[in-house]
Design a protein around this ligand. Structure first.
Ligand SMILES: Cc1cc2nc3c(=O)[nH]c(=O)nc-3n(C[C@H](O)[C@H](O)[C@H](O)COP(=O)(O)OP(=O)(O)OC[C@H]3O[C@@H](n4cnc5c(N)ncnc54)[C@H](O)[C@@H]3O)c2cc1C
Length: 424
């Protein structure tokens, strides 16, 4: 292992509230606890959230960060080993086999497993509070006074918004959500369904103009499968927390299935009725002028999210490493650390967001002609002749940061902060 370039800077004098316990939140908690900070992770859901599909890591930088976190081997143990992902036509005839790295990177893991790995690594050293949310933040010179929806008010030195694309923290410090969320003209949904297509670590994806439906199996089980739907649409007004409303939108958009691939599609739509794990969101990007305001800073999707195709998970882990590292180097001086964090990650996150703009049009091209040209292009790029070049192209954004060597990385356990767990 390489040597550290900076002097270790314990953060034992620092208390930090992180809002959001999915990927970015627990990743930062792992680092801050390792640097000795007292960390509280707040999650609105009543327990660690399950659901969604697989997320992936690609290239050298993602792997280096996972290794420095000490979770690379465990992530690999839980990898999906996803194989063939095939574009089929409406009669279920195969058109193009996409190489595994395109959709699944070097290592693919279910988001739930990744979140759980980081939670398990931190739960004895970090205070997790479930079922609550920040109601109000008031910043003063010596800290941030936080009022909660349910719990008693508390004061923290720093607050981190790792609460996703629709970040509540971002709204509290930067105002109106619509200014920061850029809709890219598509919606995406994923949910579990029986493995009716008899797939094994593979997927079949069928596009008609403006819509795509895929059925898949990620874990090799004969029973469990997943459905993944994408449709083209302007921004929709709906209640994001209303499961029935989200299901109704999907059912309506996919009601008139024009494909004879229908057995799988109809099964997927049947499964939708019973799904309680529905992931449904706009394909959108977050653009903010600044990532911090005083003692509050944004991390992960909250600051530079891209829903899909922009490697949001890898980016969140890389940026958590940078944020914690800069805080350690600055010995908790947040003004210095936040400015350095922003300078380090700004171009990187922009580069990753840029490629995410292609996800919707790739999965559900708007016209038959565009579907045909997509198929032609990917047939060519997936050929053995061009596959290496294609792989490097997909890794370029993920590798687009020169990682600094901060103190405290390695496979070691987090520092011996006493266990503080409680449920709200
Ligand atoms: C349930 C779920 C399923 C997903 N499925 C996929 C997928 O299949 N494929 C994919 O590419 N990406 C998926 N994502 C997104 C992916 O996790 C992120 O793009 C990426 O990992 C960056 O993570 P993040 O932690 O910044 O944001 P997110 O993963 O979005 O996590 C944000 C967390 O903050 C919590 N939160 C929200 N509001 C508040 C609040 N007011 N107070 C406290 N906590 C709050 C949320 O419940 C969530 O746990 C999913 C996210 C979630 C939450």
């Amino acid at each position: 292992m390489t040597t550290t370039a900076h002097t270790a800077a314990p953060l034992s004098h620092l208390s930090v509230l992180i809002s959001g316990a999915s990927v970015a939140g627990p990743a930062l908690a792992l680092w801050l606890a390792r640097h000795g900070a007292r960390v509280t992770v707040l999650e609105k859901a009543p327990a660690l959230r399950e659901g969604g599909f697989a997320v992936d890591f690609r290239g050298r930088v993602h792997r280096t960060v996972l290794e420095r976190m000490g979770i690379w081997e465990e992530v690999c143990r839980h990898r999906t080993h996803m194989g063939r992902q095939t574009l089929v036509d409406v009669d279920d005839r195969e058109k193009v086999d996409l190489p595994a790295f395109l959709m699944s990177g070097d290592v693919e893991i279910s988001r739930t497993d990744l979140s759980r790995i980081m939670y398990e690594r931190t739960k004895d050293h970090v205070e997790y509070v479930f079922g609550d949310s920040v109601a109000e933040l008031r910043q003063g010179s010596g800290g941030v006074d936080v009022a909660f929806e349910r719990g008693a008010p508390r004061r923290f030195d720093l607050v981190v918004g790792a609460d996703g694309l629709h970040s509540h923290t971002r709204r509290l410090v930067l105002g109106d959500a619509s200014r920061h969320l850029r809709h890219l003209g598509y919606y995406v949904a994923g949910f579990a369904m029986p493995n009716v297509a008899g797939l094994r670590r593979s997927a079949r994806m069928c596009s008609v103009p403006g819509r795509m439906i895929a059925v898949s199996n990620h874990d090799g089980s004969p029973e469990r499968g997943g459905a993944f739907l994408v449709f083209r649409s302007g921004e929709l007004a709906y209640d994001r927390h209303d499961l029935a409303e989200r299901k109704a939108i999907l059912a309506e958009r996919f009601a008139d299935v024009p494909w004879t691939y229908a057995p799988h599609v109809l099964e997927a739509l049947d499964a939708l009725e019973d799904a309680d794990d529905l992931y449904f969101d706009a394909i959108a990007q977050v653009h903010v002028d600044r990532l911090s305001v005083g003692r509050v800073v944004l991390l992960g999707d909250a600051g530079y999210g891209a829903t899909m195709g922009g490697m949001g998970t890898g980016t969140a882990l890389v940026c958590a490493y940078v944020l914690a590292g800069e805080l350690a180097v600055a010995r908790g001086d947040h003004a210095t650390a936040f400015a350095a964090y922003e300078a380090e990650v700004r171009e990187y996150t922009r580069g990753c967001q840029k490629i995410s703009g292609n996800a919707g049009p790739f999965l559900a091209p708007p016209t038959e002609r565009r579907i045909r040209s997509r198929d032609r292009a990917y047939r060519m790029l997936s050929s053995r002749f061009l596959a290496g070049f294609f792989k490097r192209l997909t890794e370029r954004a993920a590798d687009g940061i020169a990682l600094k060597e901060y103190p405290g990385y390695g496979a070691g356990a987090v520092s011996a902060v006493p266990s503080l767990n409680r449920q709200a």
